[in-house]
Design a protein around this ligand. Sequence first.
Ligand SMILES: [Zn+2]
Length: 197
Amino acid sequence: MEGIAGAIARIGALDRQLSTLRAPVPSGQFGALLERSMTVVAGSAAAGTAVPAPSAAWAAALRPAALQAAPDVSAYGNGRIPESALTSIGGDDRLQPSAAKLFLSMRAEAAMQGVELPVNDSYRSLQEQEEMAERKGLYSEGGWAAKPGTSSHGLGLSVDLQLDGEAQRWMRDNAGRFGFVEDVAREPWHWTFRPEV
Ligand SMILES: [Zn+2]
């Protein structure tokens, strides 16, 4: 009897977990990411292999209501997003709400695995990008700064991380699940939130 009750309880728990994944795919940039993760889960189930339980943080981030609650604030303009429209990821560092949410989930999961992801830089105002261009020179002139008004830091979508070898590997293995990509070839520290990629 206890065996059957236990099995019923397990089925109930599994069904609750799956109902998160069955929720309708939200429109916008998260749709493709969510759809892909659902396809992966469906594929594993069809193959008869064990489906790994999504981390609590990841499952929460995928909840459609949470995604729709995160506004896209790019419309303010590059380097012109007010502080109040950005979300803190610790210290003076801020990102767009959607990017911040997924970054914090990613950092929490890394921490659970003993990997630190310290942030060196994140959102940059137009003035900060201008100062950086003066200090480090423009990419177009062999330097290390994007032209003011064109940096993904100005949209609150990029973080510069201080990564040791283990953390770099962790990011390359895991960041994609959180929508972050290493999108500047000679800057392994620069990660951008591009869940549509
Ligand atoms: Zn950067």
